[in-house]
Design a protein around this ligand. Structure first.
Ligand code: GLN
Length: 493
């Protein structure tokens, strides 16, 4: 075989099962690719060579015995937000310097139990706050994509920027990611990869560093729709350690792929036609609509009237929860400690030195909107708006809509340094204008590549579904993938 790293999970699974490929060979191919290219991309913040080889060896033994799990021998990258026992877990923040968890997150434990191999930990925006991977303490991730005729370094999106770049550059077969306001779907759209944020409660949050607990969800980023389905099947579980985990059986998502969308009703929300959206995004959306019509789906115009309040409400709810979740980083229990003259001084110095500027902004906004006298005006109102957003979706689904089609992002990827968060954070926040609504409502949302921009960069469409109906999204996303094809960057590295 020529390039082992170009195999999808489904292809590798077949080769491993027939023993024409060993897990060790596959893992070594990925480790070599990472060693050669990570200096260029900065996608991994730590590479677990020895652990990967030991896990691959154990996989080979199980394959030999005919005892293979669903992800046996498949090499994965893990976002730095997931606790991995004894391995670098710092949410890409300075404040967690040196922190090595004594436990494994439920999602990663599920993956290892099914035979997957860990290649290392992936770069991300600090505490998952950002849309470009530029807030990471470990520096930005470079996208493997370049605009036509340009060598300018582009962002892979964020916060799961390392995950998306590593999948697109073939530095892992697939990756774990998380999505609080768009962090799976926006980087997937920017890199020509597929990402799903499942319904809130589908994957356990146990052992994932908390950002905004009522919005955070784990999910995969992978090369195609089938691989995304394979990943989610193993990542999802019912977990008594997360009280928001929902007690429903995990379906075989892969079985939905290839099913017809004939007779399915797809809603097109008029409020997602935002001011200043480039023509090529509108054209991509129309193309998606045309593909579904051809496939026999019914297209209906719908209204989600509270959409315009989603982003401002998100930037109250998410910082409020973050300010509470991040209170635990005090220099005592985890990571960095900067000595002070007394304990209060030590707390202050540790937090001042440990958090980056975007994280500090969120903590300040969060504590402000929760403070006595402002709570009703901001936090309570934002929660009320959240209910209205959720109701908009419920009404559309009650009227017979099976899935909603929107653009995934308002633009293609931009250059590193283009949107300065210190100068104008709102410019960056606007990246998530189409994705945050889904987190606010707790619904499943999936980004699937649908075409290229005029300058040759990937563009994605988003599918939004009813709670716990991820199968509908896999079925519908596959139709787009069949029509649009897959998108891989030309190799320049
Ligand atoms: N970009 C959004 C933010 O900065 C969402 C991030 C995420 O989904 N983790 O909050």
């Amino acid at each position: 075989m020529t390039d082992l790293t170009s195999l999808t999970i489904a292809e590798a699974r077949t080769a491993l099962a027939s023993r024409s490929l060993s897990a060790t060979e596959l893992t070594d191919a990925y480790l070599a690719a990472i060693d050669a290219a990570n200096g260029t991309f900065n996608a991994y913040v730590t590479v677990t060579h020895d652990q990967a080889r030991a896990m691959a060896k154990a996989s080979d033994a199980r394959l030999a015995k005919g005892d293979a799990g669903a992800l046996e021998g498949i090499p994965l990258g893990i976002k730095d937000l997931y606790a991995t026992e004894g391995v670098h877990t710092q949410a890409c923040s300075h404040v967690l310097d040196g922190f090595l968890p004594r436990y494994e997150s439920t999602v990663t434990a599920n993956l290892w139990a099914k035979g997957a191999v860990m290649l290392g930990k992936l770069n991300m925006d600090e505490f998952a706050m950002g849309s470009s991977n530029e807030t990471s303490y470990y520096g930005p991730v470079k996208s493997p994509w370049r605009a036509k005729g340009s060598n300018e370094a582009l962002v892979p999106g964020g916060s799961s920027g390392g995950s998306a770049a590593a999948v697109a550059a073939h530095l892992c077969a697939a990756a774990t990611a998380t999505d609080t306001g768009g962090s799976i779907r926006q980087p997937a759209a920017f890199t020509g990869t597929v990402g799903i944020k499942p319904t809130y409660g589908r994957c356990s949050r146990w052992g994932i560093v908390a950002f905004a607990s009522s919005l955070d969800q784990a999910g995969p980023i992978a090369r195609d729709v089938r691989d995304t389905a394979i990943m989610l099947k193993t990542m999802a579980s019912v977990d008594p350690k997360d009280t928001t985990s929902v007690d429903l059986p995990v379906p075989d998502y892969e079985a939905a792929i290839g099913q017809s969308v004939k007779g399915m009703t797809i809603g097109i929300p008029r409020e997602y036609r935002v001011h200043g959206m480039p023509d090529e995004i509108e054209a991509l959306w129309q193309q998606g609509i045309a593909w579904y019509r051809e496939a026999g789906a019914k297209i209906v115009d719908i209204s989600l009237p509270h959409t315009k309040y989603a982003l401002p409400a998100y930037y109250i709810v998410a910082p409020a929860e973050a300010s509470s979740n991040l209170a635990r980083y005090d220099g005592v229990r985890y990571g960095l400690r900067v000595p002070g003259r007394d304990i209060i001084d030590m707390y202050e110095k540790s937090r001042a030195a440990g958090f980056g500027s975007e994280v500090k902004r969120r903590i300040m906004i969060g504590t402000y909107v929760l403070s006595a006298g402002y709570y009703d005006a901001y936090y309570l109102r934002a929660q009320q708006v959240r209910t209205l957003i959720k109701r908009d979706f419920e009404q559309a689904f009650a009227a017979g809509v099976d899935a909603i089609l929107t653009p995934a992002t308002p633009s293609a990827a931009f250059a590193i340094g283009d949107k300065d968060m210190n100068a104008d954070p709102v410019k960056m926040y606007l990246n998530d204008v189409f994705t945050v609504t889904v987190n606010m409502a707790g619904l499943p949302g999936m980004a699937v590549p649908a075409g290229l921009s005029a300058n040759g960069l990937p563009l994605g469409l988003q599918l939004i579904g009813r709670p716990f109906e991820e199968e509908t999204l896999f079925k519908a996303a596959h139709v787009i993938e069949q029509a649009a094809g897959r998108f891989t960057p030309a190799k320049w590295w």
